[in-house]
Design a protein around this ligand. Structure first.
Ligand code: AMP
Ligand code: ZN
Ligand code: FE
Ligand code: FE
Length: 290
C-alpha cells in the first residue's frame, strides 16, 4: 500500500514531516510522497526521517494553477527539490500568497473578528500561510463552528472575506516540475469543475503542455471515477497515481494511506511513475529507478 499525496506542517497539514514518516512506517506503507502546497520546505526533514527505514520517500510538491473554472492542482513527484528554477517559481507563488493574506486579515477585522495575520502565521508554523490557517484560528476563537463553516460563510469564493489569489498558468506549473526532473500529475480531477467530454478535452490540453500523469485514486472518489480516470490515463498514455490528500487534524476524516477507510493505492503504480521522471530527484534514500 502506498500514499502519493500528503501534506505536512510545511503547508496546511497538522503533522510534521517526521511525524508523517513515523506514521507511514507504523501503518506499513511501502512508499509515501510528501506533496506540500507551494513549498518543498518539508522535504529535507522527510528524507532524513525516512533514511534507514524501509519506506520509499518520494519528494513532491502540489502547485495550484488557474483555469477558466477557478483552479486546478498539479502534483509533481520525484522532483529535485534543490532545483534553483523551481525555488524561484515557488518564491513567486509565495509572493502571491503574501499579497493576499493581509487583505484577508483586514476583511475579517472589518467583519468584527479578531483574527490577525500574525495569528494565522503563528498557527501555520511554516512559510506557507493560507486560508485553512485562518479558518482554524476562526474556529478556535468561536467565529466559526468548523473549518468548513469558516469557508462557507467567510473564506470561500462566496464568503464575506474572500480575496482572490493570483495563480500560475497550468503550463508554468507543468514546466517547473518537468525542469526539476519531476513527473507532473493532474491531482484530483473531480475538483476542477470539468466532467465527461469537457474533462477529456481539458486533459488533452494539459498533455500538450507536458502533463505525464493523473490521479486515479483519491479519498474523495466514488469508484466510478477511478474507472473513468483510468480510461483517460490509457487514452493519453499517462502514468496513474493516487493518494489520500492527507492533512492530519485539518481534515480529520482522512487517514494516512486509507482515506475515508477503504482507499487502497497499489504498489504497482510506483515503477511507471519513477520511470517517467528524468532526474535523480535529489533524494539519496531510494533509487530513482526501481
Ligand atoms: P489557499 O491555498 O490558501 O487558497 O487555501 C486552499 C485550501 O483550503 C485548499 O487546498 C483546501 O485544503 C482548503 N479548503 C478549500 N475549501 C475548503 C472548504 N470548503 N472547507 C475546508 N477546507 C477548504
Ligand atoms: Zn492542503
Ligand atoms: Fe489539492
Ligand atoms: Fe493536496
Amino acid at each position: 500500500m502506498i500514499d502519493l499525496h500528503t501534506h505536512s506542517t510545511a503547508s496546511d497539514g497538522s503533522l510534521s514531516p517526521r511525524s508523517i514518516i513515523e506514521l507511514a512506517n507504523k501503518i506499513g506503507l511501502k512508499a509515501l510522497a510528501l506533496t506540500d502546497h507551494d513549498t518543498v520546505a518539508g522535504l529535507d526533514e522527510a528524507i532524513d526521517a525516512a533514511t534507514g527505514t524501509d519506506l520509499i520517500l518520494i519528494p513532491g510538491v502540489e502547485l495550484s494553477a488557474k483555469n477558466e473554472k477557478g483552479s486546478l492542482h498539479i502534483v509533481g513527484l520525484h522532483i529535485d527539490h534543490e532545483n534553483p528554477r523551481l525555488a524561484s517559481g515557488l518564491q513567486r507563488v509565495l509572493d502571491m500568497r503574501n499579497e493576499r493574506n493581509p487583505r484577508i486579515a483586514k476583511k475579517l477585522g472589518e467583519l468584527g473578528m479578531h483574527v490577525s495575520l500574525e495569528d494565522a502565521t503563528e498557527f501555520a508554523g511554516g512559510e506557507v500561510v493560507g486560508r485553512p490557517h485562518f479558518a482554524r484560528v476562526m474556529v478556535d476563537r468561536g467565529y466559526a463552528k468548523d473549518p468548513k463553516d469558516a469557508f462557507t460563510r467567510f473564506l470561500g469564493k462566496k464568503g464575506a472575506a474572500y480575496v482572490f489569489k493570483e495563480r500560475l498558468d497550468p503550463a508554468e506549473c507543468i514546466d517547473l516540475i518537468l525542469q526539476a526532473g519531476g513527473v507532473p500529475i493532474l491531482a484530483h480531477p473531480d475538483q476542477i469543475g470539468f466532467a465527461g467530454e469537457d474533462l477529456d478535452a481539458f486533459v488533452g490540453q494539459l498533455v500538450g503542455m507536458g502533463l505525464k500523469g493523473i490521479e486515479v485514486f483519491c479519498s474523495s472518489y466514488k469508484s466510478h471515477l477511478t474507472t473513468q480516470y483510468t480510461r483517460l490515463a490509457r487514452k493519453y498514455d499517462l502514468v496513474r497515481s493516487g493518494g489520500t490528500d492527507f492533512h492530519g487534524a485539518l481534515k480529520p476524516d482522512i487517514k494516512l494511506g486509507r482515506g475515508f477507510g477503504s482507499l487502497y493505492v497499489p504498489d504497482e503504480l510506483l515503477e511507471p511513475i519513477a520511470l517517467a521522471s528524468t532526474g535523480t530527484c535529489g533524494n539519496r534514500t531510494h533509487p530513482a529507478r526501481y
